[in-house]
Design a protein around this ligand. Structure first.
Ligand SMILES: [Zn+2]
Length: 273
């Protein structure tokens, strides 16, 4: 901002694309320095932005359950149950303008249409300007890496794990249909050709499913074991990234009738059908 000759006081509003620490982590500090700034976020971000420690504990408990079912040993779960260093958000809900799919946001001389695109994050939205074809793609579309459809807790009050890769693919198709021109991603340089990129991501997902099928050919495996076969380099808390990636693709294979899952409430084992 300094190199562009602007300061926090020049900002009128902050639009949160999604609640991942590299995208919203400085929000409290920015609001403390410039209290007049309007904040805009998708309604699904309310628990994470306003729920304080209760919401943080709910998400941590979900994660531990999920990792246990994936086959992570109790002794190793301590890596995840250690308290997160980030302080929880406890914003006043009245401080935020909550938007929903189809709402409009006036910003930067354009009128942006909100597209709720859960998958990579349950709180993610893209913004599309139909006039110019500009698409603010957040982490939904990244030019250099495929976005992990992170396994996350369901919204408060809802039971069951969201099938995040299936959600992600549904919204990739929706974004693919947009007449977008320039895409501004959450990481990496702006690019054109969103349809070719989305087609590549779908092909990569099919390839990953094929590798998982190879791993399962020898017999049933836990998600942790499949992750170890595909991503043997992952260590410590980063193992979650591999498990999340694998479980998303196992969900996809299950939806295609290729894989079945066994295990009631305990460790889940996946097998080829
Ligand atoms: Zn993200």
């Amino acid at each position: 901002m300094r190199s562009a000759g602007v300061s926090l006081g020049d900002l009128e509003q902050i639009v949160l694309s999604h609640l991942h620490w590299d995208h919203h982590g400085n929000l409290a500090a920015v609001l403390a320095a410039a209290p007049g700034i309007a904040v805009v976020a998708h309604r699904s971000a309310e628990a994470g932005l306003c729920g304080g420690e209760g919401e943080q504990s709910r998400q941590a408990a979900f994660l531990l359950d999920f990792l246990r079912q994936a086959g992570v040993a109790e002794a190793d779960l301590a890596l995840w149950s250690a308290r997160r260093p980030e302080p929880p958000f406890a914003l006043d809900p009245g401080r935020v303008r909550w938007v929903e799919d189809g709402d409009r946001i006036q910003a930067g001389g354009a009128l942006w249409e909100v597209l709720y695109t859960p998958g990579h994050s349950q709180t993610e939205m893209c913004l599309f300007d139909r006039g110019s074809g500009d698409l603010m793609a957040s982490d939904h579309l990244l030019p250099d890496i495929s976005a992990n459809a992170f396994v996350e807790a369901p919204p408060p009050g809802l039971a069951g794990r969201p099938r995040t890769l299936l959600q992600y693919r549904e919204h990739l198709l929706r974004v693919r249909a947009l007449p977008a021109d320039m895409v501004y991603p959450g990481h990496g340089a702006p690019f054109r050709g969103h349809r070719a990129l989305i087609d590549r991501r779908f092909a990569e997902q099919d390839e990953r499913c094929a590798r998982i099928a190879e791993a399962l050919a020898a017999g049933p495996l836990t998600a942790l074991e499949v992750s170890g076969a595909l991503f043997p380099q992952l260590r410590g808390r980063a193992v979650y990234l591999g498990i999340s990636e694998v479980v998303g693709h196992l969900d996809l294979m299950e939806s295609r009738g290729q894989v079945a899952v066994d295990g009631n409430g305990g460790v889940l084992r996946f097998r080829l059908k």
